[in-house]
Ligand binder design. Structure first.
Ligand code: RB5
Length: 151
């Protein structure tokens, strides 16, 4: 079985939460690759979303966890990458559903929106919930058609 490796990235708004998530993953023996940023100094979220998503695209990582102030910038950037289905979530119901129905492969979190306790619950749920497939695959394929056409 392929080793599970998670891509993780943040901008300055998400840096602190990224470090907390890394510690949590480490405690649970889940491997990750950290694509930065490495301090709370102001920076640009697309710069960090891009390599983390590239690692998912090329199969190095199974999925990505992307953190910024709201989670929105990271999700906008991630969803520009072919094959990335990024979901910006602030509650566990949405996290569960985006894995079950959307087969999301990137979870975007807003460090200024949610607290670390909820964030870690959401990370655990994201990593432990599988895709239901079936009728949902057809819808994902239709999304991919839009992506391919660019309109
Ligand atoms: C940075 O101030 C903030 O704009 C960024 O972290 C993110 O929330 C963007 O969507």
């Amino acid at each position: 079985m392929k080793e599970r490796i998670i891509a993780i990235a943040a901008d300055h708004g998400g840096y602190e939460l990224k470090e907390i998530i890394k510690e949590h993953l480490g405690k649970n023996n889940i491997k990750y690759v950290d694509f930065g940023t490495n301090s709370a100094e102001s920076c640009d979220y697309p710069v960090y979303a891009r390599p983390a998503c590239n690692a998912v695209q090329n199969g190095e990582c199974e999925c990505a966890i992307l953190v910024c102030g709201t989670g929105i910038g990271m999700s906008l950037a991630a969803n520009k990458c072919h094959g990335i289905r990024a979901a910006c979530c602030s509650d566990t119901f949405s996290v569960r559903m985006t894995r079950l129905h959307n087969n999301a492969n990137a979870l975007c979190l807003g460090a200024r929106v949610i607290g670390p306790g909820l964030a870690l619950d959401m990370v655990d749920l994201f990593l432990s919930t599988g895709f239901e497939g079936d009728r949902h695959q057809k819808r994902i394929d239709l999304v991919a058609e839009i992506e391919a056409a660019g309109k």
